[in-house]
Design a protein around this ligand. Sequence first.
Ligand code: TYD
Length: 136
Amino acid sequence: MFKKFKVVLKSISDERGSLIVLDRYENLTFDLKRAYYIYGTQKNITRGFHAHRKLTQLAICLNGSVKLMLDDGFHKENFLLTKKDEALMVAPLIWHEMYDFSKDCILLVLANDYYKESDYIRDYNKFLSLANPQNS
Ligand code: TYD
């Protein structure tokens, strides 16, 4: 059900190597305002455990591998990110958890807005009540 959140990026490969393109018209469906990357994650560390009210993000594993669990309040799905030409969209009101980072994982995240703590929903029950108002 979250399959639509996977985005295949344009990859141009030749004998010299590969080049991957993201642009506003092809695969970056939002205005990019912020990028950050996560690396050096220690063994057995999990991150995330929140949803955003409005923020849309695109996660790309540039090196190594990581697993992401997406939860829309009704269904949960786990994704393994390991390909440089594959991105995962994390839409608003999607609870997400990141785990099983490889030691060499570099996870790039592109976002359509600046960092705002007020956009975070860090309480799972609060998330459920927003994602599925019938829960509250
Ligand atoms: P957080 O989003 O909670 O990380 P994760 O979901 O991976 O566990 O962010 C970790 C810390 O970094 C938190 O104190 C907020 C800060 N931060 C910024 O200052 N700017 C940013 O753009 C991001 C993503 C986080």
